[in-house]
Write a protein of this length. Sequence first.
Length: 345
Amino acid sequence: MRKINFHKSIFSDAKKKVLAGILLGVMATSVLTGCAKKQSDTPEDTNKGEESTVTPAPTQTPEAEESSFSLTHPLGTVTLEGAADKVVVFDMGALDTIDALSFDGELAIPQDSIPTYLSKYEENTVNAGGLFEPDMEAIYTFEPDVIIIGGRQVDFYEELNKIAPTIYVELNADTYMEGFKRNTENIAKAIGKEEEAKTAIDGIMNKVEEVKQITNRSDKKGLIIMTNDGSLSAYGLGSRFGIIHDVLEVKPADETIEVSKHGMEASYEYIAKIDPDILFVVDRTVIAGGSTTAEKTLDNELVLGTKAAKENSIITLDSECWYLSSGGINSVQVMVTEVEEAFNK
């Protein structure tokens, strides 16, 4: 069984000191002499009996108008005053992308849910609460320029959007790459890393096309299984791991798998009956905990009798990238590469 390891503005309101020159006309004999007197910040500093006119400061300077921009996401449109320096991020795929783009600002993150390959963010970041229960007080105190959420925080969108512009990143199986591209572009623009993101997206899209050529030339059929402390679930076309079939065009060993968030219940007998050429395995146990890993779970005579086992094509995928942080620049690169290498054995 083969395991592929993954190593891996502030736009402060410019204080406008309104300097209104107050002309005090003083007639001395027949000579008109003009003098200018400085207007102070408080009415008490002006001469009594003289009227003054203070021009209100504009609400937004031309520079601010040029630096502000809008971002559209599945829940609406938000406006940022400039590239963000302080970011709250709940979606681990978004954190993956922020890491890939080398963001050097301040971050607030749910620190108990960070993938191990992004463990450096356990330090020097603010704890934003849990994945299912954001710490609103901590987020408010952090004073973010932008907040990025995923599906687990969607119920908090309105509340979070009152604290700072909030972007929802969404990935659907039937439009996975379109969602990946939109999310990446939104995140990149929010943090001022658009050129870097374009380079990364182009590279991934090119790699996807290369892998599709490989899978289209092959007659091998694949089956996706998730193990969870001894239990088995199958995923197919249109599923959360469907990028294997829907994007990379690996031929499915079973086209009748029911689409479900938790997969279709499977068994050893089912795997033996389908008899895939390649068995792709996501081990949830290494993420959620448990005593029975995928290796132990699949150490079974029926599984070992499949073509996948005989050809050494049981591929243990990087569970963190596929399950925790899917949709990030780093994670998608890993996902595409793992499928490519399964066909290049």
